[in-house]
Design a protein around this ligand. Structure first.
Ligand SMILES: *Cc1c(COP(=O)(O)O)cnc(C)c1O
Length: 344
């Protein structure tokens, strides 16, 4: 029987005995071997397909824990700022918990699938004339003024839930991979993986990737107007800045930037060479190892096993896919015409 993630890793999670388990059977996502990518980079590469979570992104791992704790505490509503996936996840888990949800998103800057999810789950969706960083400042303030639970990754239960992805990698591979490549936005997820690895007393090299137009950790200062096609990581002032940098440094890894072109090429390449369709932000992890190579650490062997975290599902953002893919072939209803269309 599929099991709620909380049940599988309960003894590692800081829930109270009376807390309900608000779950959609998240986690236990596929770890898919990537033979073509492995060949290209010269190591054994797996893809952690987090788009297979119930709402299509890793955010569900954190949301199940954050919403369960909020419900246990008697909260009646949740709120978040979001580039899209947190909104979709919060909206779904709020329904599951019998709570109301409100989400603040940057106007015109979230992928259409994510917007559809938040709306169909009945969340109150507010499109802010501002960016994600502005939205986060506002929801932090709102949650201080009103009895409403903040479920962004500044919420400690989000990080606790998301660390379970690291446990799954270790459980499935038998040990931690040598290196982990991961997209970085608000830097909650890399913080969570690092915590998970630390709790299991392992330390793969962490290799984080930001979009070049939204790369505060790479340039060393906040970016006032972040811009990238990878809307999920369009963040200029990451909330978990110090923890993430500490994780990169302690693991002897690094954070680097990939351009939108590199991201979209990796996104298209992965879909058409490995059969795995992730959203653009997720492809930053693959773009990273393709364009920067595997991490080289002094005194250490080159990594032999690498996991790329694919944070969200490709169907979240069909507009970008259609913009990148070849066109459909129109065809008259006649066998010879169809023949030509099919065989070229
Ligand atoms: C949230 C998200 C990220 C970034 O994760 P952070 O914890 O903000 O660094 C990357 N990719 C996708 C698809 C996301 O939804």
């Amino acid at each position: 029987m599929p099991q709620p993630m909380i049940e599988r890793y309960r003894d590692t999670l800081p829930l109270e005995p009376g807390d309900p388990v608000v779950s959609l059977n998240e986690g236990s996502t596929p770890l898919v071997e990537a033979p073509v990518l492995s060949e290209r980079v010269g190591a054994r590469v797996w893809l952690k397909v987090e788009g297979a979570n119930p709402t299509g992104s890793f955010k569900d791992r954190g949301m199940t824990v954050a919403v369960s704790r909020a419900k246990g505490r008697g909260a009646e509503a949740v709120i978040c700022a979001s580039t899209g996936n947190t909104a979709a996840s919060a909206a779904a888990y709020a329904v599951r918990a019998g709570m109301t949800g409100a989400v603040i998103v940057p106007e015109g800057k979230i992928a259409i699938g994510k917007l559809a999810q938040a709306l169909i789950h009945g969340a109150r969706v507010i499109a802010l004339e501002g960016n994600f960083d502005d939205a986060l400042v506002l929801v932090r303030e709102l949650s201080e003024r009103h009895p409403i639970e903040l479920v962004n990754s500044v919420n400690p239960y989000r990080i606790e839930g998301q660390k379970t992805a690291a446990f799954e990698l270790i459980d499935e591979l038998g040990e931690a991979p040598d290196a982990l490549a991961i997209p970085v936005g608000n830097a909650g997820n890399v913080t969570a993986y690092w915590r998970g690895f630390q709790e299991r007393e392992t330390a793969p090299v962490l290799y984080g990737f930001q979009a070049a137009g939204a790369a505060p950790l790479v340039i060393g200062e906040p970016v006032a107007n972040p811009e990238t096609v990878a809307s999920a990581i369009r963040i200029g002032s990451p909330a978990r800045w110090e923890e993430a940098m500490n994780a990169f440094n302690t693991s002897r890894g690094r954070v680097a930037a990939v351009t939108d072109e590199q991201i979209l090429d990796a996104y298209h390449w992965l879909a058409s060479n490995e059969g795995v369709f992730c959203e653009p932000a997720s492809a930053a992890s693959v773009a990273g190892i393709l364009n920067h190579g595997l991490p080289v650490v002094e005194g250490m062997e080159t990594p032999e096993t690498v996991v790329c975290v694919l944070t969200g599902h490709g169907l979240k953002d069909p507009d970008t896919a259609l913009g990148k893919a070849p066109p459909v072939i129109s065809c008259a209803n006649e066998i010879t015409v169809v023949e030509r269309a099919v065989f070229g």
